[in-house]
Write a protein that binds this ligand. Structure first.
Ligand SMILES: *Cc1c(COP(=O)(O)O)cnc(C)c1O
Length: 431
């Protein structure tokens, strides 16, 4: 029995979610999947993270429409809580700029020419990620065209991610880059960053841990850049090395704090309570998104009749059995997950009274079949709202996103959340 994960969806929260679900449905009904964003959980998570960050700033990472939670909903709750905000696509960045006129906004991927130019023309003041000399020069020109300064979030590939950072063999490469940047008239390097992809599995006490080696390499490269910036009388940049897992693993012994620059951590998953189960997750945070769906009908099946693909479930009770039909299958929950549901799922549906109902047989894209009666005597009726979960051990029945991710087959939890959120079948609301 795991009381911890159950606390992420306590009875009182379930009740609040239930009420909000009914209210949103009445106001704006018609969608089968209801996705509630729990403001209280979000604000508690932010408090936990900020306490641990200490002197470091908090950059809220809200890419992927805030990992499917809704950038409008989550962004407005976080406005006053973070020093920076980051996203990827222009529709996200402009939504953030409108709600936060003065917060530094970062694009956490190298932008396309069209994106950068649109942002520069509109004056959104986006700190553009760049990972090569040529890209910095392009960003500089695109801004100069509109008479604007280019703010750069310079990323260094210290950990061999080979994706978003400037690749350097040695510090001479950094020296050359620094000279080139200093020669560009309208460029400000506002921050320097690296990304540690394996920090979730790191041993922070091991000097040879690959993430530790990458931090040291980053630090050495930053020192070269800082020397050039000081010599040229430039304002010193901010530094940022950590996302959720690496922040928990290495942030305690932060070797960047003594370089004389402001430092901030880039936190996405942990804000949304998605890392609690990881090796280096943010402890005591709880899931912000809850998913609910409705019983559309209850049908009676006689003994010997079957339910689901390939006659996978046969009714054995002499008096037959009631089968509840949920208005959501895997297509509804996520357009990307079609077909996955045609398996026997280790899944449960939690009824309005908190009791678990079994999934009967193999499930499909557009509908789920559930035992209307639970072992505890719960009885689903048409119109009831249910929670979906993958695991049920005693009280450990909270429908957590990591569990749903496990159920779907080892996908990233943020992929699962964006799948729920992005589905045109879902209605998202704050509660
Ligand atoms: C997504 C992302 C983050 C946030 O990562 P989490 O693990 O979700 O906290 C940080 N930095 C960059 C560059 C990212 O793309």
């Amino acid at each position: 029995m795991n009381m911890h994960s159950d606390s992420s969806f306590s009875a009182s929260r379930r009740l609040r979610f239930n009420r909000a679900t009914l209210a949103s449905q009445q106001r704006d009904g018609g969608k089968p999947v209801l996705v509630g964003i729990d403001r209280e959980a979000l604000s508690l998570n932010v408090g936990i993270i900020r306490r641990r960050l200490g002197a470091r700033g908090l950059c809220a990472v809200l890419k992927g429409d805030a990992y499917g939670h809704g950038i409008d909903l989550v962004g407005s709750c976080l406005l006053d809580q973070c020093t920076h905000m980051a996203a990827v696509d222009n529709y996200e960045l402009v939504a953030l700029r409108k709600m936060a006129p003065n917060t530094p906004l970062l694009r956490l991927r190298v932008g396309t020419e069209a994106e950068i130019s649109q942002a520069a023309r509109a004056g959104w003041r986006i700190r553009e990620m760049a990972a090569s000399r040529d890209k910095i020069e392009r960003i500089s020109r695109l801004h100069a065209h509109f008479g604007a300064r280019a703010e750069i979030h310079l990323t260094l590939d210290a950990a061999g991610l080979g994706r978003n950072g400037f690749f350097f063999r040695d510090l001479d490469d950094i020296d050359v880059l620094a000279r080139d940047i200093m020669a560009m008239p309208n460029v400000t390097v506002a921050s320097i960053a690296c990304h540690l992809p394996d920090a979730g599995n790191a041993d922070p006490s091991d000097r040879d841990d690959p993430s530790r080696v990458a931090i040291d390499k980053f630090r050495a490269a930053v020192s070269v850049l800082l020397r050039h910036m000081r010599e040229n009388g430039r304002k010193l940049p901010e530094l940022s090395a950590y996302s959720s897992a690496s922040s928990c693993a290495f942030g305690q012994s932060d070797s960047l704090l003594d370089l004389g620059c402001a430092v901030f951590d880039r936190i996405g998953s942990s804000l949304l309570g998605l890392t609690e189960g990881n090796g280096h997750g943010e402890r005591n945070t709880s899931q912000v998104m809850h998913v609910s769906t409705a019983v559309c009908d209850v049908v009676h099946r006689q003994v010997g009749e079957t339910v689901g693909y390939e006659r996978s479930y046969a009714v054995e009770a002499a008096n037959g059995e009631d089968v509840a039909l949920l208005g959501a299958g895997w297509l509804t929950l996520s357009r990307y997950q079609q077909g996955i549901g045609k398996t026997e799922l280790p899944a449960w549906c939690i009824g309005p009274d908190g009791s678990p109902h079994r999934f009967l047989g193999r499930q499909s894209m557009n509908i789920s079949t559930i035992a209307a009666k639970s072992a505890r005597g719960g009885n689903l009726k048409t119109g009831d709202m249910c929670f979906l979960t993958t695991d049920f051990h005693g009280t450990d029945c909270a429908p957590t996103i990591p569990r749903i991710a496990k159920w779907m087959g080892g996908v990233q939890h943020e992929f699962v959340t964006s799948a729920f959120g992005a589905s045109p079948s879902s209605l998202r609301f704050l509660f």
